[in-house]
Every structure is written in C-alpha cells, then in structure tokens.
Write a protein that binds this ligand. Sequence first.
Ligand SMILES: [Zn+2]
Length: 252
Amino acid sequence: MLSEVADGVWVRQSQWVWSNSIVVRGRGGLTLVDPGIAGAELEELAEEVDRLGLPAVAGFSTHCHWDHLLWHSRFGDVPRYATAANAQTAAGVRERAQAMAAESASGVPLELIGLLTPLPRDGGPVPGTIIEHEAHAIGHAAVLLADRGVLLAGDMLSDVLIPMLDPRRPDQVAAYATALDRLGEAAEHVDVVVPGHGAVAEGPEVAARLAADRAYIDALRRGADPVDTRLEQDWLAGPHQSNLEQARTTSS
Ligand SMILES: [Zn+2]
C-alpha cells in the first residue's frame, strides 16, 4: 500500500528485501522512482497510482542494479530517466538484469527492464535535485526534494542492509565516504529519508542512519571487520567479494 511520507511523496514497500517504490508529485504529474518488484506488486502499484488522479509523466532509476531497473506497461510509455552514467551502464547489463529478475521474482515484465534515458540538464519532469556519486554503483543518484524535506537515498542509509561496495571498481571505500558526506549535507535540509530498502527514516533517525553507514566505512578504512547487525546484499551482479576483502584489495 502507498503511504504518504511527506507532501506529495508516497512509498510502497515490496515483500522482496523491503524494496521501496516511490511516487513523487511534480509540476506536470507523477514520477515513479525505482518501482518494484514482482509483477503483481507492480500491478497493485499501478492501481494505486491511478487512484492518485494524476498522470505518471516519468520514471527515475537510482542505479543500475536489476531491482532498480523495473517498469510495468500500466505505468505508461513515458521516459524513464537516470544519470547519464546509469543509463549507459544499464544498457550494458540489461541481459544480466533480466536473468536476475527472472530468477528472483515472479511476473516481472522482463522486456521493460533497464530502458533508461539520460536526465536532461534541467531535470525535465523529475522534481528535486540529483546528487550523483560513485558509491555502490556507477552513476548512483540520490534525489533531494528540499521543498518537501525528503531525501530519496537509493541504496544507501538503509536500516536493514549494510553499505555495499561496488566490487568491480577501485577506491570504493573513499567513494563511499565522499558520497556519505554529500548525502549528509543534503540531509541537513530534510527530516525524512527514503532508502532503497528498509524503513523510512524520520527525525533523529536520519542522523542515526548516516552515523551507522559512516561507522561501517570508517571501520573498513581502518582495515577492521565492521561490527554491524544489518544484512549483506549478496544478490548483486558479479562475483561476490566481501566489503572487507574489497577494501583491502583496493587500498593496498
Ligand atoms: Zn537495491
């Protein structure tokens, strides 16, 4: 069920890894951010979007992992935007993303996976400010809705998943620390954070999420095994390598 977490910002949580589909009201209509996951859930989401009484005018994908590249024909044939880096990468990983979606969830419209367009410079119909960084995935974007006091964090600042480094690229610990600094600046303007997976953070929980991710990354920087009770995402594409191994390989 969609629940309104701030003026014109709705969230629906999937049964699959607490994934959040987000709907944002903008000037021309609604933007759907990372809708997911199973086909039946996407259909339910389409029905709920219809009930909001405004047209869906765009999609937005925060990053190029399969669970953030989904769409359903009932949302309409509208542009699905992303950072230029995400759009390009998604095109290259489409087949793999389709295979992973087929393996992980039922009824996902596979032919619609990963069809992204670079977001125009002025943001087009997508409201807010894009914060692009290099943590977790190439061209990963958060969306700051400063007028609503909301930050859509993509796959960061989760209460259920630990920070996950991109195993295919170097210097991810530094990239993650930089990204957290930028999200921290953005979070000064908000009191609601919507992560890609997990519970919506409100009020003091926002700072707590940042602190938890920072503590984790600081431990990796020291070469220590972080103490963290959150889960690890092990469904990412590519050979699995733990964050600690990854940090050691890239910092040496
Ligand atoms: Zn994800």
